[in-house]
Design a binder for this molecule. Structure first.
Ligand code: GRF
Length: 205
């Protein structure tokens, strides 16, 4: 990214949007030098939409059922991202697989947060799976998105301890607390142009 230029980002959410809130707060405080140009949701009831509206951020709701294919759905999202000159797509609890078409259009410019230390515990139950497996550490991962699920190059991770007697909700709370720190941090690094992808490795300048 060019120095001093404000980058437009879009955040895609399906649910509560606590990560969106952390990103909104970091943009507001000036920590992330970016503009949240659009919040997109596939769920009209997502609380994330309320958070966006409260922060006077434009929102777009698209129902997957209104589109024949996943690619048609993604094309509509991309059309709207391009209208807003979005340069970084942030997936924050977006419960849909991104099509290869979307990846191609925004290659190395889509990031995601996963609630486990990738490549362990991929999929939609990263916290529960780590707990049930008996792992002693877990924690969130921010990564670039590629064609495979929870697979792209890792930007930041934060390990936290799983304690004896931990419950899913207690662990979720601690994982979320760290997500809310590392996601804004990773976005900041991206928009400041400090991330370079070298094979599977992301180098931070
Ligand atoms: C987070 O736990 C994230 O790791 C996962 O989805 C959850 C989103 O939570 N991808 P929220 O909507 O940001 O509160």
């Amino acid at each position: 990214m060019e120095e001093g230029v404000i980058v437009n980002i879009a955040v895609l959410c399906s649910g509560s949007g606590t990560n969106l809130q952390a990103i909104i707060d970091s943009v507001k405080s000036g920590h992330i030098p970016a503009n949240i140009a659009l919040v997109v949701s596939d769920n009209k009831d997502a609380f994330a939409l309320k958070r966006a509206q409260k922060a006077a951020i434009e929102t777009l709701v698209l129902n997957r059922k209104d589109f024949k294919t996943r690619e048609d759905f993604d094309k509509e999202i991309i059309k709207n991202l391009k209208k807003k000159n979005v340069e970084l797509v942030v997936l924050a609890g977006f419960m849909r697989l991104i099509s290869p078409y979307f990846i191609k259009e925004y290659r190395n410019r889509i990031v995601n947060i996963h609630p486990a230390l990738l490549p362990a515990f991929k999929g939609t139950h990263g916290i529960k799976d780590a707990l049930e497996y008996g792992a002693k550490v877990t924690g969130p991962t921010v990564h670039f998105v590629d064609e495979q699920l929870d697979n792209g190059p890792i930007i930041l991770q934060k390990a936290i301890e799983i304690k004896d007697g931990d419950t899913e909700s207690a662990l979720l709370e601690r994982v979320h607390k760290e997500e809310h720190k590392i996601y804004p941090e990773a976005i900041k690094l991206f928009v400041e142009g400090r991330l370079t992808i070298e094979g599977r490795r992301v180098v931070v300048k």
